[in-house]
Design a binder for this molecule. Structure first.
Ligand SMILES: [Zn+2]
Length: 264
């Protein structure tokens, strides 16, 4: 799958309303799979590096270099912020995004207020945390800390080209232009938020195919079914075994066996 071509199509063309059916199935699957891996990302640095190698286009921010008063981005490679994204120094910043995404996934109402931060459209907030404006609240602290760590290693790094949402009078719709696959995938999920679920078995965040789906995989649904059957067997089965044993005793009371009857 050529993700670079897809990225260019998205970044150069504002989308009016992103209807899930309007996307190729393979692209939807790719975006959802990447986001699912992102939200389940472990805290370890090695997992972050591994994820970056596997899903490079899912770096959640767009970062360029501020050099000589001008911001330069690495557009030649058809990509941006290649130097900074997935650098070990960006680990904390990515974990801040992941933390917030998890809150939203868990249907945390306070977390949902920060959806614009993840989508890159809450410019005031994003610029505030980038400037190290440490304020009250976990979200602000996490993001500010992430930026601080990145800028210690790369003082010239700057967030830039934030996506915007703007109303289009001729089309009667809002336009949103995602800048990376993280934002695209999140927008897709935002349009169908019922898909964001937590597995009843392993507690992993997953994207459901059907509204009734409660498990992330056949393995988890199989394990849950097995446990339910076992519980039933222990509970109902024990009662049934007791009842049938009592029935046998009633039919053949002690001392009235066929053998003793024959002796008589
Ligand atoms: Zn599971």
């Amino acid at each position: 799958m050529n993700t670079n071509i897809q990225a260019k199509q998205w970044t150069s063309t504002p989308i009016r309303i992103l209807l899930p059916n309007g996307l190729a199935v393979s692209q939807r699957e790719f975006l959802f799979a990447g986001l699912e891996n992102f939200v389940n990302l472990d805290n370890r640095l090695e997992d972050f590096v591994k994820f970056g190698a596997q899903w490079p286009s899912f770096f959640p921010a767009r970062i360029g270099a501020l050099e000589g008063g001008r911001i330069t981005i690495d557009e030649e490679r058809g990509d941006v912020s290649i130097k900074y994204r997935w650098a070990p120094e960006a680990h904390s910043l990515v974990l801040a995004y992941r933390w917030l995404l998890r809150r939203i996934w868990h249907h945390n109402s306070r977390g949902q207020n920060y959806l614009g931060v993840l989508m890159g459209i809450d410019h005031a907030y994003l610029n505030g945390v980038e400037d190290g404006e440490l304020g009250n609240g976990t979200v602000r602290n996490l993001f500010s800390e992430g930026w601080r760590k990145l800028k210690i290693a790369f003082p010239e790094a700057q967030q830039q080209g934030l996506p915007s949402v703007f109303p289009s009078w001729p089309s009667g719709a809002f336009f949103y232009t995602p800048l990376n696959d993280f934002q695209k995938a999140l927008y897709l999920l935002f349009r169908e938020s019922w898909r964001a679920k937590i597995c009843h078995e392993c507690q992993r965040c997953f994207i459901a195919q059907k509204p009734a789906q409660g498990y992330c995989s056949p393995r988890c649904s199989g394990a849950a079914k097995k446990r339910r059957n076992l519980d039933w067997w222990r509970r109902e089965g024990a009662a049934q075994r007791q009842a049938s044993s009592a029935k046998v005793k009633r039919t053949h009371p002690r001392g009235s066996s066929t053998r003793s009857a024959k002796r008589n």
